[in-house]
Design a protein around this ligand. Structure first.
Ligand SMILES: C[S@@+](CC[C@H](N)C(=O)[O-])C[C@H]1O[C@@H](n2cnc3c(N)ncnc32)[C@H](O)[C@@H]1O
Length: 287
């Protein structure tokens, strides 16, 4: 461990480790409710991890993640495929297979982060890439707080429900799905689906080459944890997961190995906390 910086707010704590996360030193066994992370991308050049070596490189991190997760803990992995010599490299399949061997199972179909905007590119062999995977793993059953991530019903759904008692019969006939009786509209909103639509982070003030938007970790943190739980990002980068966790009143632990990026994440998180506390003081004065 090279150094640790701690912040606290009224409701939660934040510990930022300037250190490699390989062994998650200083993070106790059974202490983390959810890991949300986007690890370094595979890289075909000399810098970074080659896809052929990625599984071997990642396994010590996965073992440590397994160690620190509470029972039925959650592990969200944001990762993307890579095409090598015209063929999709199988490193993600291989990674999942190795995870299974150590007791980390994928417990939901992949969540898709659909990027609502994209930088134009000139790929002639295939369609433009507009999504990334977020895989949900667990050492048990995981936890899913669906009421935390309900969404408004589409206008068309509400109209259809208002116009008829039973909208349609399922394909299995009388005994099939009689769906959408009036009473089935839930006032808390509709259940979420597994496509998360967000534009990539393009704020030029964020000093990191590959940040994800705050909305991405925020969605998973809300879906898989409750206030007071603890979230970990072992590849913290600019601190986006930490900010999302603090926003949702979850404790957070982050690790970053690059000194310059670590210093920037501290500054970004500190600014976020100060701004929020100031807003809170302001609101308190108003009341
Ligand atoms: C894809 S970036 C994460 C970006 C982050 N999600 C954000 O929003 O800024 C991966 C980060 O992992 C860091 N990293 C690479 N190897 C590491 C290690 N062994 N331990 C901790 N951090 C590491 C890199 O320096 C990089 O900042």
């Amino acid at each position: 461990m090279l150094s640790v910086t701690k912040f606290s707010t009224d409701n939660c704590t934040c510990a930022l480790n300037f250190s490699s996360s390989e062994y998650l030193q200083d993070t106790k066994d059974d202490s983390i409710n959810m890991v949300v992370t986007s690890p370094p991308y595979v890289n075909l050049r000399k810098i970074g991890v080659h896809p052929d070596k990625y599984v071997e490189w990642f396994l010590p991190f996965a073992e440590s993640i397994k160690r620190v997760l509470v029972e039925d803990g959650n592990f969200i992995l944001n990762i993307n495929e890579v095409i090598v010599k015209g063929i999709v490299h199988p490193y993600i399949d291989d990674l999942k297979q190795e995870f299974r061997k150590i007791g980390l199972n994928q417990i939901a179909k992949p969540y898709i982060w659909y990027k609502t905007t994209a930088i134009p590119n000139r790929c002639s062999h295939r369609a433009i890439d507009r999504y990334e995977y977020c895989f949900w793993f667990s050492n048990g059953k995981g936890t899913f707080y669906r009421d935390n991530v309900r969404v408004p019903y589409a206008d068309i759904t509400i109209k259809r429900v208002q116009n008829s008692d039973v909208i349609s019969l399922g394909t299995r006939g009388e005994k099939g799905h009689k769906v959408f009786k009036k009473s089935r509209i839930d006032p808390r909103g509709s259940l979420p689906h597994n496509i998360i639509e967000l534009s990539p982070e393009c704020n030029p003030r964020i000093k990191h080459s590959a940040p994800f938007p705050i909305g991405l970790p925020e969605w998973f943190i809300k879906a898989g944890t409750v206030p007071g739980d603890t979230v970990l990002d072992p590849f913290m980068g600019s601190g986006t997961t930490a900010i999302a966790a603090l926003k949702c009143e979850r404790n957070v632990i982050g690790y970053e190995i690059d000194k310059e990026i670590f210093e920037y994440s501290k500054e970004r998180i500190n600014n976020f906390i100060n701004k929020n506390l100031q807003e809170k003081v302001f609101k308190d004065k108003e009341n």
